[in-house]
Design a protein. Structure first.
Length: 488
């Protein structure tokens, strides 16, 4: 709240589909009621309650749950598992195995045909929850949820035993000065990005300073472009250059037609929910050569499409739940490509343990001398030699990586004149042919070229011819392997 947050989420140990290790389900966490009450009480004492909204989630099912949460201090309410159940989830606890019997959490086309859910099912469920909530509010003699936020004097334990357990929740607190609302402050950087979205004509992209207080940069810009696109037939591409250290969720939900280039570093959740945009992160020639960490943890979380190029390393859980984005990174931490269902990831450096855990789709390419079956999760993935066709596709991806980041590591690989020293990591059961996974990636490159990429970048053939002439300051042992051999 002191850092300017608009919403604080309190999540309890209830809820979820149970697709987790047993040690993460049993005897883990505490009820959300305690965390919510403590947060509400602490914010009031600090004089910050009116500046932030409290959102809670964790096992909400009925209108009664909403009322109790509001009485304990919640302003907003998150439903997850209940909504899944409404559209047909049977709680088989197989979400991570690609074997969902009702076709919800799977990439298997045969299983997906079993999905019978409809939007009306979820709509009817929430209408029923809203009707029950409204009925309970009427019985309490109030007109809205805002009137009961934090009023614990309206809660009473059912038994003496229950009172002993929850008595710490019941003492009333001072009422907040007024109903919590978002600060509404628009940061300068967001305002400048919106101005770019509203401008017409092709202008040289400015270099905008960015600091770690600038969070979720790109989400608001994407929304504005989508709103404007509904009233216009076409939207010109938006290229934005940043310099500095970006805050969390840099490029979150970035949409088609937007390209972000960051000279510096970024925090966690880069490219979260990436939806067609392009992100490039570099920090000068030295970063690629030294293997600097330029992005935090959980990069590309839940990305569906788009491109991400990092001329340096990233943290743990890289590309977790990626379902369609393509990325090149020069090193990752543990648990990379976890629960990945689509897309392509190329790792030009070290990779941590548990690589590919829960991976059921997509392709990952790693340097041959930096990966072994012991570092992969062999329950879900296997290592295969890279075919000639795959190598050609990866080479195109590396050219794109070099074009956007000027990575010395990519330049050395392309200029070596040898076969790329890479190994393919695939799911144990491929949901489709390797060529089908690459097809949308290569089509995207073709569309980018046809839509005007040549206006700002030289043709790929000319760039390819320059690689042997480029002076590269990278130790060869960092990227070559004993299995490398000249192209036949």
């Amino acid at each position: 709240a002191k850092a300017g947050a608009d919403v604080i989420t309190i999540s309890g140990f209830d809820g979820g589909t149970g697709a987790s290790p047993l040690s993460s389900i049993k005897n883990t966490g505490v009820p959300w009621e305690f965390g919510l009450r403590d947060a509400h009480r602490t914010l009031i004492k600090a004089g910050l309650r009116q500046h932030v909204k409290l959102r809670m989630d964790g096992g909400l099912k009925f209108g009664r749950d909403v009322i109790i949460a509001a009485l304990l201090g919640a302003d907003e309410f998150g439903f997850g598992t209940a909504a899944l159940l409404a559209m047909g989830c049977v709680m088989a606890r197989q979400c991570h195995l690609n074997t969902c019997p009702v076709g919800i959490a799977t990439q298997d086309e045969t299983l997906r045909t079993r999905f019978t859910g409809r939007p009306e099912m979820v709509k009817n469920y929430f209408r029923a929850v809203a009707a029950e909530t409204r009925s309970l509010l009427g019985r309490m003699g109030v007109h809205s949820l805002e009137e009961i936020v934090g009023r614990t004097e309206l809660l009473h334990p059912r038994t003496l035993g229950a009172y002993r357990w929850i008595r710490g929740l019941l003492p009333p607190t001072a009422k907040a000065p007024y109903v919590a609302k978002q600060s509404g402050k628009r940061r300068d950087l967001s305002s400048r990005l919106l101005d770019l979205a509203k401008s017409t004509g092709r202008v040289p992209p400015p270099i905008l300073p960015i600091v770690n207080a600038d969070r979720s940069i790109g989400a608001e810009l994407t929304g504005e472009r989508l709103r404007r696109q509904s009233s216009t037939s076409t939207m010109s591409p938006t290229d934005v250059h940043f310099s500095g250290t970006a805050g969390q969720s840099f490029g979150a939900f970035l949409g088609t037609g937007i390209k972000f280039h960051l000279n510096g570093a970024a925090n966690d959740y880069v490219g979260k929910g990436l939806s067609g945009g392009t992100i490039a992160i570099e920090a000068g020639n030295g970063a690629s050569r030294r293997g600097d960490v330029l992005a935090g943890n959980t990069v590309l979380y839940g990305a569906t499409s788009g491109e991400l190029y990092i001329a340096g390393q990233a943290g743990e859980r890289f590309a977790v739940r990626n379902s369609g984005a393509v990325s090149v990174v020069e090193g990752v931490g543990d648990h990379a490509c976890e629960y990945m269902t689509g897309g392509v990831v190329v790792i030009l450096g070290p990779a941590g343990i548990n690589l590919g855990s829960g991976m059921t789709g997509g392709l990952t390419y790693v340097l041959t001398d930096r990966v072994s079956i012991n570092s992969c999760n062999e329950d879900f993935v296997r290592l295969e030699p890279c075919s000639v066709e795959e190598e050609q596709a990866v080479r195109q991806l590396l050219i794109r990586h070099w074009m956007l980041t000027r990575s010395d590591r990519a330049a050395l690989l392309l200029a070596s004149g040898l076969r790329l020293p890479i190994t393919s990591m695939q799911p144990v059961v491929l949901p489709c042919a390797v060529s089908e996974t690459w097809k949308p990636v290569l089509q995207r490159f073709e569309r980018a070229a046809l839509s005007g990429l040549r206006n700002s970048l030289r043709p790929e053939k000319a760039i390819e011819s320059e690689f042997p002439k480029r002076k590269v300051r990278v130790d060869p042992h960092q990227v070559t392997t004993a299995t490398s051999r000249p192209v036949e």
